[in-house]
Design a protein around this ligand. Structure first.
Ligand code: TXE
Length: 485
C-alpha cells in the first residue's frame, strides 16, 4: 500500500475536514515523515459525522433485520481478513509495531465481527413470571443510538473492533476516533465499510484530544467507549457528566502483576514473562510489568529471565517492523520514547539494573532494549506507574499472603498472571487478586469470545464476549393490562 487515505470518513465518503487543520505522523523506525496532511475534525466535522450516524440509526442500519445485519458484518469480516496484511503495514508505518503483531490485530478485528455477527439475531428480552395482578410484563433489549469510540494507538484494529462490532450487532451506529498517532489503518477500512454497510453506519473522524472532547461532550451521542490513559478516561467521564450523561465505558492503563511461586516451572514462567514484555514492544495495557517471585527461587528465576531478555537483542527478532520475522519494533513516537527513557533513569537511580536500560540500534530509531530492574522500593514510580515499554521490575515475596498483598498494592487492576503447579493455589490466588483478567501459567492476551476490562482505576465496562454487548443495549419493560377490553 504505497498511498493511503488521510481524510475523514463520513456517510460512506471520504471528505476533507472543514477545520483546515492537519495532524502529522512520523515513522518511529527512522524519524522520516509519514504524512503532515492527516485531516483533523473540528466541531462541524464531528456534527456531520453524528448526523450521518443518526440518519443511519433512524433510517437504514437501525431498521435492518438482525440476520441482514449479521450478513453485512460477516462480509466485512471477510474483507478485513483478506486485506489484513496490507492494512497492518499502515500501522507499522505510523507507530512502528511489528507487521506480524498488527496483522494479528486486523485478523482479530475480523474475528470480532464474526463473533458479534453471530449474536446479532440472538438479542432478546424476558417475560416476567408469574404475571402479577392481571399484568403481563415483558422486557425488550434495544439499541441506544449513536455510539462513539475513542481508541489508543497500540492496537488500533482491536480497539476499533471491540467497540464497533458489538455496537453494530445491537443495531446502533458508530462514530469512531482513532488515535492521532496511528489513524491510517482505521481510515483504510473506509472502502471496506462502503461495500458492506449503509452510509452513516460507521464514521471515522481523525483528530487529537480536542476532537475526542467533542465526541465525549456531544448531546446526540448516547454511549462512549474509551481506551487510553487513566488521566484521559477521567476527563471523558467528566465531559459525559457535563453534557448529556451519556453512558461511558473505560478501558484504561494497567500495572499488572505476575506472581511466580516456588513450585512453578521456572523456564515457562521466564519465557512467558519475556513474551508478554516484548509483545508490541511492551505497549500493551495488560502487560505484566510487576513481577513478584518467591524468595527461594528468585536468583534462579532472575538468571533465566535475564538470559531470555538478552536473547531478544541477539536473536534478530528486534529490528525493522515491516519485516515479517521481527517481533519487537520501536516505540510509537518520540514522546513515548522519552517517557520510557525517563523511567529507565528512575530505575537506574532507585534500583539495580539487571539487563537492558538503554536505547537499541541507531540513534534515529526509537527502540528500547528489553529491560529488567530489581531491588526497587515499593513506592518507586517505575513500580507504581505504567511505563508502556519493554520494561519489568522484579521483587520478591515470602508467603502466598504476602504475594497477594503485593500484587494488589496498585491503583490499577486490569490483568494479572499467576505461575504455579498447584491448581488449588491457582484457584485461591486468582480469587484474591484484584484484576479484570488473570492468566495462569501464561501471559494474558484478550480474545474475542471472553470479556476484557479492568477493576479499580483500570476502568469499568467489559469489551469482548457476551458481556461486551451489554454496553450497547438498553432494556425497556412493557406492562400489558390483561383485563383491558
Ligand atoms: O493516551 P491518551 P496516549 C497509556 C500509556 C501511555 C499513555 C499515554 O501509559 O503511555 O497512556 O498514551 C484521545 N478528550 N495508554 O497519549 O492521551 C487521544 O486523541 C477526549 C494505555 O495515547 O489517553 C487518543 O485517541 N479524548 C492504553 C486517546 O484519547 C482525548 C493505550 C488516548 O490518548 C483527550 C494507550 C481528551 N481530553 C495508552 N485527550 C491502554 N489502556 O491500552 C486525548 N484523547
Amino acid at each position: 500500500m504505497s498511498s493511503f487515505e488521510t481524510r475523514l470518513f463520513i456517510n460512506n465518503e471520504f471528505a476533507d475536514a472543514k477545520s483546515g487543520e492537519y495532524l502529522t505522523v512520523y515513522n518511529p523506525t527512522d524519524g522520516s515523515l509519514v504524512s503532515d496532511k492527516i485531516h483533523s475534525a473540528n466541531e462541524q466535522d464531528v456534527d456531520a459525522a453524528v448526523q450521518a450516524a443518526q440518519r443511519a440509526f433512524k433510517g437504514t442500519w437501525g431498521k435492518t433485520d438482525p440476520t441482514a445485519r449479521a450478513r453485512a458484518m460477516l462480509k466485512f469480516a471477510d474483507l478485513v481478513r483478506e486485506h489484513a496484511g496490507e492494512i497492518a503495514r499502515l500501522e507499522t508505518l505510523a507507530m512502528g509495531s511489528a507487521i506480524a503483531t498488527q496483522t494479528m490485530g486486523y485478523t482479530t478485528l475480523a474475528d470480532l465481527f464474526v463473533y458479534y455477527a453471530g449474536l446479532a439475531d440472538k438479542i432478546h428480552g424476558e417475560t416476567a413470571y408469574p404475571t402479577s395482578a392481571g399484568k403481563y410484563k415483558i422486557t425488550q433489549r434495544e439499541p441506544i443510538g449513536v455510539c462513539a469510540g475513542i481508541g489508543a494507538w497500540n492496537v488500533s484494529a482491536i480497539l476499533f473492533g471491540w467497540k464497533a462490532a458489538p455496537a453494530l450487532a445491537a443495531g446502533n451506529t458508530v462514530v469512531f476516533k482513532p488515535s492521532e498517532k496511528a489513524p491510517l489503518g482505521t481510515l483504510a477500512l473506509g472502502p471496506l465499510i462502503q461495500q458492506c454497510f449503509p452510509p452513516g453506519s460507521i464514521n471515522i473522524v481523525n483528530g487529537g484530544g480536542k476532537t475526542g472532547q467533542l465526541l465525549a461532550s456531544h448531546m446526540e451521542i448516547h454511549q462512549i467507549a474509551f481506551t487510553g490513559s487513566t488521566a484521559t478516561g477521567r476527563k471523558i467521564q467528566e465531559y459525559a457528566a457535563r453534557s448529556n450523561l451519556k453512558r461511558v465505558s473505560l478501558e484504561l492503563g494497567g500495572k499488572s502483576p505476575s506472581v511466580i511461586f516456588e513450585d512453578a516451572d521456572i523456564e515457562l514462567a521466564a519465557a512467558k514473562s519475556m513474551e508478554g514484555a516484548i509483545a508490541n514492544s511492551g505497549q500493551i495495557c495488560a502487560m505484566a510489568s510487576r513481577i513478584f517471585v518467591q524468595e527461594s527461587i528468585a536468583d534462579k528465576f532472575i538468571q533465566v529471565l535475564k538470559g531470555s531478555f538478552e536473547q531478544v537483542s541477539k536473536s534478530g527478532i528486534i529490528g525493522d517492523p515491516s519485516d515479517k520475522n521481527t517481533q519487537v519494533g520501536p516505540l510509537a513516537d518520540k514522546a513515548q520514547f522519552k517517557r520510557v527513557m525517563e523511567y529507565l533513569d528512575i530505575g537506574k537511580k532507585e534500583g539495580e539494573l539487571v539487563t537492558g536500560g538503554v536505547q537499541w540500534g541507531a540513534k534515529d530509531g526509537l527502540y528500547v532494549q528489553p529491560t529488567i530492574f530489581k531491588n526497587l522500593g515499593k513506592d518507586s514510580r517505575i513500580v507504581r506507574e505504567e511505563v508502556f515499554g519493554p520494561v519489568v521490575t522484579v521483587q520478591t515475596f515470602t508467603s502466598e499472603e504476602d504475594a497477594i498483598k503485593l500484587a494488589n498494592d496498585s491503583i490499577f487492576g486490569l490483568s494479572a498472571c499467576v505461575y504455579t503447579r498447584s491448581i488449588s493455589r491457582a484457584l485461591r490466588v486468582t480469587r484474591e487478586i484484584e484484576a479484570g483478567t488473570i492468566a495462569v501459567n501464561d501471559w494474558y492476551f484478550p480474545s474475542p469470545d471472553t470479556p476484557f476490562g479492568g477493576v479499580k482505576q483500570s476502568g469499568y465496562g467489559r469489551e469482548g464476549g457476551l458481556e461486551g454487548l451489554n454496553d450497547y443495549l438498553q432494556t425497556k419493560t412493557i406492562q400489558i393490562n390483561m383485563n383491558a377490553p
